[in-house]
Write a new protein. Sequence first.
Length: 152
Amino acid sequence: MDKDRLSVVKQYPEWLNQFISVYQKLSTNNLDLLDEIYAQEVTFIDPIHEIKGLSNLHEYFDGLYKNLSSCTFIINDVIVDEQQAAVYWEMNYQHAKLNKGEIVSVQGSSKLIAKDNKIVYHRDFLDLGAMLYEQLPLIGKLIHWIKVKAAQ
């Protein structure tokens, strides 16, 4: 986020400021930060999984981050109400076996619902093909070909 956006962040509810802060520094070495933003009874949904409970979320993130060389989030926009928000982001990650080990950039968004200053519901919306399938050597070329043909 640029300097102007950082000043806007201060106008968000505290739970959302905390979420943005945690995701900007999250890594395998500090997954305990999840405890600062998520409630024990959190429901987390992405295109592949639905996870219930903070301990299960820890396990899920541990598995995700363990295989990544790097993963960063850039928050591009936020629409917020007191207890819910839509967060639009760009994720940049590196995985040795995907995209020849080069950085992969994926646009996505998250719907967040908070209760008592903790997130109880987090759902990610993103193009799983762009994030994963298109980065695989053989399948990626096939998916790219299909996209080109579909656009004609």
